[in-house]
Design a protein around this ligand. Structure first.
Ligand code: NAD
Ligand code: WQD
Length: 346
């Protein structure tokens, strides 16, 4: 059993989800006491059971919604949280175009509720899940945190608006300590294969789609465009292993807690390396000894050709850098997929 430091009580919103579950696991391993608040709208509580099995530590789980102000109030009365890691949010770009009110309601109103209760109870340390989507179509590469922000869909706009809201809150009260972590493309799974990404419907993202094709769940991958100005014509992204991403949250949290003064900063979490769609397909086939049939299709509306991070700020401020390579991303994604072909809820 790990020794729990009672001064390390953390609220993790959305902690049953993909990135939240990996971060919760690492928090427990580092001796934090974790309370997860999740409405399970896009996840299963089984992820938390598996985290408990891996770590031998327990997670306090509250099934509930960040928009429920009375619930948040009760939670903050019950626990003396030192910080909040705020993952809870809806994240499907296409769905957000169809259902903007739901996305703004969930992501923005939910965050407003949360910061209100944090302020009331004097817990002003927050690590927020932002996204590289706030860079829109980047004017230059690699992408640095000072580049202009823009949004091309309601999901991205919700992240951009939340960043701006948090900046306003800090401008009004410099006791707040806030890090807006801008993730690039999270992939992979815990090496045990016990927790991983479990999309509810047809995956929107490349990596879960590749692994579902590899295991025969889907016939073939549609490669969206092979006429971009990239190494092989297909889109290039900065894929980051979810274990590295989770470690980035712990590093950000430690950084926040060490600051004497308030702070509100965006920080990229990526590897700084671009990988094309076809390169990823070929890596996946080679590392795992499987076939991933694909067909070239037209470009997907809204996609940019190339996107990768300048990740030096995270290293300079937190001493964090991504360690795991594309091989590990492919291996761990496949391990999770093989062990859980239907996800958490067969
Ligand atoms: P996920 O859907 O697996 O996790 C989000 C969790 O939040 C889910 O468990 C869901 O049930 C919960 N949730 C949603 N709305 C809630 C609400 N109102 N109250 C309580 N719980 C709620 O997604 P993820 O990939 O783990 O993403 C986590 C965060 O990171 C999200 O905010 C997402 O926008 C952001 N992000 C994700 C990616 C990515 O590609 N996965 C990239 C950049 C940013
Ligand atoms: C990657 C590459 C596709 C699926 C999205 C969100 C972004 C962020 C991360 C949350 C692109 C290509 C994909 C497929 C394909 N999420 N592709 N066939 O679009 O970079 O980012 O997830 O914040 O906001 O927009 O990720 O995984 O969807 O696509 O060819 O079936 O794979 O065109 O080049 P993306 P992705």
């Amino acid at each position: 059993m790990l020794k729990v430091n009672m001064n390390k009580k953390i609220l993790v919103t959305g902690g049953a989800g993909y990135i939240g579950s990996h971060t919760t696991l690492q928090l427990l391993e580092a001796g934090y006491q974790v309370v997860v608040l999740d409405n399970l709208s896009n996840s299963s509580a089984k992820s938390l059971k598996r985290i408990e099995a891996i770590t031998g530590e327990s997670v306090d789980f509250i099934e509930g919604d960040i928009r429920d102000a009375a619930l948040l109030d009760r939670l903050f009365q019950q626990y003396d949280f030192k910080a909040v890691i705020h993952f809870a949010g809806l994240k499907a770009v296409g769905e957000s175009v169809q259902q903007p009110i739901r996305y703004y309601q969930n992501n923005i109103v939910g965050t407003l509720n949360l910061v209100e209760v944090m302020n009331k109870f004097g817990c002003r340390n927050m690590v927020f899940s932002s996204s590289a989507t706030v860079y829109g179509d980047p004017a230059r590469l690699p992408i640095t945190e000072d580049m202009p922000r823009s949004a091309t869909n309601p999901y991205g706009r919700s992240k951009l608006i939340i960043e701006e809201i948090l900046e306003d809150i800090f401008a009004a009260d410099s006791r707040w300590k806030i890090i807006n972590l801008r993730y690039f493309n999270p992939v992979g799974a815990h090496p045990s294969g016990l927790i991983g990404e479990d999309p509810l419907n047809i995956p929107n993202n490349l990596m879960p789609f590749i692994s579902q094709v590899a295991c025969g769940e889907r016939d073939q991958l549609s490669v969206f465009g092979d006429d971009y100005e990239t190494v092989d014509g297909t889109g290039v992204r900065d894929y980051i292993h979810v274990m590295d991403l989770a470690a980035g949250h712990l590093a950000a949290l430690e950084y926040l807690q060490q600051q004497k003064n308030g702070v509100c900063l965006p920080v990229n979490l990526g590897t700084g390396q671009g990988v094309s769609v076809l390169q990823m397909v070929h890596f996946f086939e080679k590392v795992n000894g499987v076939r991933v049939p694909y067909e070239i299709q037209p470009r997907r509306p809204g996609d940019v050709a190339t996107c990768y991070a300048d990740a030096t700020r995270a290293e300079r401020l937190f001493g964090w850098r991504a360690k795991l390579d594309v091989q590990a991303m492919c291996r761990d994604t496949w391990n999770w997929q093989k062990l859980n072909p239907k996800g958490y809820e067969p």
